[in-house]
Write a protein that binds this ligand. Structure first.
Ligand code: OGA
Ligand code: NI
Length: 358
């Protein structure tokens, strides 16, 4: 795909803009009034995404395990988002990996630019999503890397500094994949499918897993822009390790945006478009976005559990009937992801525009 080989214009790291001390953000970052953070009142302190304690999943008692699984099922149907505690991933590893990445983003620009990415694979250090010239930009720099399948894992593309970084990425990813696989089994059974259904539909041992580390620098005019525009995640499931001290993630709930209050040591889990497709719409892949602020930077690690690129993904036959016709056509993840990568984040359009029309 030739047109995806290069960015259409020079890429300016947002961190560079933030550090330059500007008081007014460039027009490319200014969102339409209807998209700005203040556009919809998000002050709803009493409702928020469910918090689920996974401790009982490790119990020998079948009933206790079922009880937790059913809380997960409701969260996937009603919210598409939930936080998990007692999830089995080392808290220390979560914090150390996050702080190693913060250190990476604090390295001199010349060091980070060694990993500058291109739109052909997006791997490396980048500041934009979408290749259309003049596209609206988000207040975010990121690092994107592949962990699975093993055949495309390349440690040399991961940061060499800080020195602990590569080892931490490997250990962290291993534990997060374990949690992801555990959740995929629970989701499969909750949907009435066999335990390994989602994992096999995504390519079995060859499924994809990648890490996007987001860095949101301080912003002099946070009311005018977004750290990430409204989108739903294209893959299977996302496991987010958020900055504990700074909130920023907002989840759409009906007409309002709820700001998620991250609990210490918790992961924020959300259903991606491809699980929504396999579930034939039973599970929701919900729009979310990120707001920024003028006081504090924010770092978050989004781990995406995805289908293998060439895997055709379609609604599970068990979930399709005359009463519930297939809502989505069959499509490979590669074909699908191209939408995102060409056009940038743009609400639910990627999944909704692909819905089959009877
Ligand atoms: C993402 C994302 C949320 C966050 O990377 O897809 O939605 O809080 N990140 O950084
Ligand atoms: Ni997302």
């Amino acid at each position: 795909m030739n047109f995806l080989q290069k960015w259409p214009e020079p890429v300016v790291p947002v961190q560079h803009l933030s550090d330059s001390g500007i008081r007014v953000i460039p027009g490319r970052y200014v969102k339409k009034p209807s998209e700005r953070p203040s556009s919809v009142d998000s002050a709803e302190p009493d409702i928020n995404i469910p918090v689920i304690d996974l401790q009982e999943l490790y119990s020998d008692d079948h009933l206790l395990r079922r009880r937790t699984a059913s809380l997960i099922d409701s969260a996937c149907r009603e919210w598409g988002f939930f936080q998990v505690v007692n999830h089995g991933v080392s808290h220390e590893l979560m914090a150390r990996t996050r702080e190693a990445w913060r250190e990476f983003f604090h390295l001199p620009m010349a060091e980070k630019k060694k990993y500058a990415n291109s739109p052909s694979t997006y791997e490396g250090y980048g500041s934009r999503l979408g290749v259309e010239k003049g596209i609206s930009l988000d207040w975010n720099d990121y690092f994107f890397l592949h962990y699975l399948p093993v055949a495309i894992r390349d440690r040399n593309k991961w940061p060499a500094l800080p020195v602990s970084c590569r080892e931490l990425i490997e250990k962290y990813s291993e534990e997060v994949v374990n949690l992801g696989e555990k959740l995929m089994k629970i989701l499969s059974v909750n949907l009435g499918l066999r335990e390994n259904y989602l994992s096999e539909a995504f390519g079995g041992d060859d499924n994809g897993a990648c890490l996007r580390v987001n860095y949101y620098p301080k912003c002099p005019q946070p009311d005018l822009t977004l750290g990430i525009s409204s989108h739903s995640d294209p893959g299977g499931m996302t496991l987010l390790n958020p900055d504990e001290n700074v909130s920023g993630l907002q989840v759409r709930h009906g007409a309002i945006w709820l700001t998620v209050n991250p609990l210490p040591n918790a992961f924020i889990i959300n259903i991606g478009n491809k699980v929504a497709v396999v579930s034939n719409g039973k599970y929701k892949s919900v729009e979310h976005r990120v707001i920024v602020n003028s006081e504090k930077e924010r770092v978050s690690l989004a781990f995406f559990y995805n289908p293998r690129g060439e895997m055709p993904i379609k609604p599970a036959e068990e979930l399709v009937s005359e009463e519930h016709p297939a809502l989505y056509p069959c499509m490979t993840f590669d074909e699908y992801r191209l939408y995102f990568r060409t056009r940038g984040p743009s609400g639910k359009i990627q999944v909704e525009s692909l819905k089959s029309h009877p």
